[in-house]
Design a protein around this ligand. Structure first.
Ligand code: ATP
Length: 137
């Protein structure tokens, strides 16, 4: 598909970076087709990140993602998944390219400002996790 799913993670909202990050997303040519501010419950985060549940950072990740509100969105663009991952940069901001969202706004591997789906299949699953059909335009 031509859609991906993103979350502006709690650190982005805490630092007041929501508008600046959305501006970067807009300037890169993504159209917002769903968006909301919400807070994930512990169960939500455990489900969303279930693929990581054996990893040593899993509890830290769940604590981080539930500690405050996030902005969740579905984005549309040709080649959306790959182009969005290019826009956000490497998982570890120390490795992220100049000008990427993580280079500009992420503090560390554990607090890395944004999420971007890693495949078309996961984009659909993750978008549907946060949005009903009526909320996707
Ligand atoms: P995301 O799925 O959030 O877009 P990603 O695909 O770049 O990130 P993953 O390897 O899927 O990275 O890890 C998911 C999230 O788990 C990361 O974004 C980060 O918040 C956290 N994470 C990953 N590795 C570590 C680590 N070594 N220590 C702490 N947190 C980590």
């Amino acid at each position: 598909t031509n859609r991906t799913f993103t979350m502006l993670k709690p650190d982005s909202l805490e630092k007041g970076n929501t508008g600046a990050i959305l501006e970067k997303i807009n300037a890169a040519g993504f159209r917002i087709v769903a968006m909301k501010m919400t807070q994930m419950s512990t169960k939500d985060a455990e489900t969303f990140y279930a693929v990581h549940n054996e990893r040593p950072f899993f509890r830290e990740l769940v604590e981080y993602m539930t500690r405050g509100p996030i902005v969740a969105a579905i984005l549309e663009k040709d080649n959306a998944v790959e182009d969005f991952r290019t826009l956000i940069g490497a998982t570890n901001p120390a490795d992220a390219a100049e000008g990427t969202i993580r280079k500009l706004y992420a503090a560390s591997m554990g607090e890395n400002a944004v999420h971007g789906s890693d495949s078309d299949e996961n984009a659909e699953i993750e978008g549907n996790f946060h949005f009903s059909g009526r909320e996707q335009f």
